[in-house]
Design a protein around this ligand. Structure first.
Ligand code: CA
Length: 699
């Protein structure tokens, strides 16, 4: 029996596992070696460069790239995942934290796993119910779920090895980010920065799920001050008032990177919660370690250094964006750098051993800062940006989505360029002077989304659309300047892949999947994916053949919250969730795209009062808009309430919105937060909005 098994193993290794770790499965050494045919970790390597040395698909032959195979997915929410490719299999996560394994060559489904997240947890997710991927270690895969669990699966058959709850499930914590594994420790953060929670990351033993350490990013209540570590005691001095009652924010919901030589783990920390610092920390303060990059020891979670990108953040300017490590020649010396293009519009180059700021410059337009002061290492703030302190609205550029969201960047070591998927839009920040926290269902930003809503004015909408776009920017991190830029029609687009074939791959919110030349940004290939793309592509090789894979499916924060007004340009893009895999000479075809199905804009007669509409407008901005769209203009991912048949009947509306009739679908009831009168005022507001848009010619 044994000789035969060994013979099979030897045969498999001939088929291309020269760099694989054999019986140990995925190890730290194997991730560090980053075998060229595989994709073992979220950013491909621990430094998260998303650069593949594969060059079979090149600028010369990319025109022959075609569909090899595709797989239809069983969810229709935004797909954000980075697939992993290990030992000839491709592992993906989909919306609602589901995991699937396919043969990476043939596309045959090997196993699938559904953590059966109760759909009501979707109401705690600011930005859709996407999931960015699994992590691999040994013979296991790890996935974080929207309801705050971390689950270990057997990589061979998808069976559950362990399942732990990483959050207080009574609070509005969610997980959308991919875990990372360092030295057998699975590290996972969480989101919730718009709902007044306290941020942290936790490490679990990959073997058995035992909690090893937890690192809080912001101080807790004064009761905890006596026992808190030094780094939290120093952070406490940068806060004012009873900040701990509101959580403080600082959630670590996406980026991490690891340097195996320095043995440092880098985490990106999110925005302050509530957003308005005048509410969160009256009297000001930097509010450490919100909007910061923090270096910690992965063995015990000990603090090493931090750099705060947005001191005293009030604009949702997270530093959770992609953290990328590289070695760059700067002023004649090789520097081990860490790079980030966070939401606030500055590109930072730090020394990753010490946290020293090497350089910073803005890669996008800004109204909140007038420049950068290298002496203090801080942005030069525009005083008018402090809307909470001034009491006056502030037109922020970037807005809360940032000049760069979670969509990953990519690096080219030959061009020495960092490629950034950028976003351009403005947003009016307005303090909510009557704001009170709502621990049940409320968005807890301390700002008025109702006052920032798009007015029903054709000219204003036209201008807003014109001022809103996406971009693909090639940034020289040594010179801190732009090399080239491609303007994209949609605000939110996919993350990036860079290859030794001289190519940059990116999907767009419009549904176009494209390849560009890394050196000059010229477009050399594209494919019509029929649906919006926000996920980043990857590449791998099997039996000498290079493949490109990408998850497609419209959704994510921008598609659902800014749905019809500025995000989809010029028309709404349907969600057709799939995994697409390409190779040279691939001749696969997608089925014909179905017609975009939308209910007509045909509201019942308006019989409400101006008072109801006014009250409903405020409540809609705080409770509804984040999923059903700004100013009630919905996407095609979640219901457009202006078109809903439920609008006809006050009673049915109450059953859904107040009682939670459709909770199993994810539409929770708001009865614990809102009165029946308030729920009816929401209905009148939506009816009024539907009539306004109908008058503007919408059908
Ligand atoms: Ca946020």
């Amino acid at each position: 029996m044994w000789p035969r098994i060994l013979a099979v193993a030897a045969f498999l290794c001939v088929a291309g596992c020269s760099d694989s770790g054999g019986d140990d499965g995925v190890t730290g050494a194997r991730i560090v070696s980053a075998p060229e045919g595989e994709w073992l970790s979220y950013g491909r390597d621990y430094g998260e460069q998303r650069y593949s040395p594969l060059a079979s698909i090149s600028t010369e032959n990319v025109g022959e790239l075609g569909l090899a195979w595709f797989a239809d997915l069983d969810t229709n929410r935004g797909q954000e995942g980075t697939p992993l490719v290990i030992d000839g299999k491709i592992y993906i996560t989909t919306a609602w934290s589901m995991v699937k394994a396919y043969d990476a060559k043939s596309g045959e489904l090997i196993w699938e796993y559904d953590p059966e997240v109760p759909r009501a947890f979707g109401a705690k997710a600011c930005c859709d119910v996407g999931n960015r991927g699994v992590a691999a270690w040994g013979d296991k895969l790890f996935v974080g779920t929207i309801d705050g669990r971390l689950i270990a699966l057997d990589r061979e058959d998808g069976s559950v090895k362990w399942d732990v709850v990483t959050v207080d499930q009574n609070k509005a914590y969610t997980i959308t980010g991919a875990p990372r594994v360092v030295n057998g420790k699975v590290i996972i953060g969480n989101g919730g920065g718009e709902y007044a929670v306290r941020g942290y990351i936790t490490a679990y033993d990959a073997d058995d799920g035992k909690q090893l350490w937890r690192f809080y990013t912001v101080p807790g209540s004064p009761d905890e001050a006596e026992d808190e570590p030094e780094y939290l005691a120093s952070a406490r001095k940068t806060w004012n008032g009873e900040f701990w009652k509101l959580g403080g924010g600082g959630t670590v919901w996406d980026s991490m990177a690891y340097d195996a030589e320095l043995d440092l783990l880098y985490i990106g920390v999110g925005n302050g919660s509530p957003w308005d610092r005048a509410v969160r920390s009256p009297g000001g303060g930097d509010n450490l370690y919100i909007s910061s990059i923090v270096a910690i020891k992965p063995d015990d979670g000990a603090y090493v250094w931090h750099y705060q990108t947005t001191p005293g953040d009030a604009w949702d300017y997270t530093a959770t964006q992609h953290i990328m490590l590289a070695d760059l020649e700067i002023d004649g010396a090789t520097r081990k750098v860490l790079m980030q293009a966070p939401k606030n519009g500055f590109f930072y180059v730090l020394d990753r051993a010490t946290g020293e700021l090497i350089s910073a410059n803005n890669y996008a337009p800004q109204t909140w800062a007038t420049g950068f002061d290298m002496k203090t290492g801080r942005p030069i703030e525009n005083p008018a940006a402090r809307y909470g302190e001034t009491g006056k609205p502030f037109l922020g550029v970037p807005g809360p989505p940032g000049a760069h969201g979670w969509a990953p960047m990519a690096f080219s070591p030959t061009e020495n360029l960092v490629f950034i998927p950028t976003m351009s839009m403005a947003y009016p920040y307005v303090a909510d002077t009557d704001w009170k926290p709502d621990w049940k269902r409320g968005f807890n930003t301390g700002t008025k989304f109702s006052e920032a809503a798009m007015p029903a004015d054709a000219e204003v909408r036209k201008q807003a659309r014109a001022a809103t776009s996406g971009g693909l920017v090639a940034w020289d991190p040594i010179k801190q300047e732009e090399r080239w830029r491609v303007k994209l029609p949609n605000l939110a687009n996919g993350g990036l892949l860079s290859t030794a074939g001289g190519l940059i791959f990116q999907g767009q919110g419009t549904g176009e999947f494209s390849a560009y030349k890394a050196n000059d940004g010229s477009k050399v290939w594209s494919f019509a994916a029929q649906t919006g793309i926000i996920a980043p592509p990857i590449t791998y090789m099997i039996e000498g053949e290079q493949y490109i894979a990408v998850l497609v499916g419209s959704g994510g924060a921008m598609a659902i919250s800014a749905g019809g007004i500025i995000a989809d340009n010029p028309v709404p893009v349907p969600n057709i969730s799939r995994l697409l895999v390409f190779r040279l000479g691939g001749d696969g075809k997608l089925p014909d795209a179905p017609e975009l199905a939308r209910l007509p804009l045909d509201p019942p007669a308006f019989k409400g009062t101006a008072e109801q509409v006014n009250a409903g407008k405020y409540l809609y901005g705080r409770y509804c808009g984040i999923c059903h769209g700004d100013a009630a203009v919905g996407s095609v991912v979640l219901p457009d309430l202006r078109r809903s048949p439920v609008l006809e009947s006050a009673d049915t509306w109450k059953q859904v919105v107040y009682d939670g009739l459709l909770e199993a679908n994810g539409m929770v009831g708001f009865g614990e937060s809102l009165s029946e009168d308030q729920v009816e005022s929401l209905r009148q507001y939506v009816i009024a909005r539907a009539h306004e848009d109908k008058a503007l010619g919408e059908k």
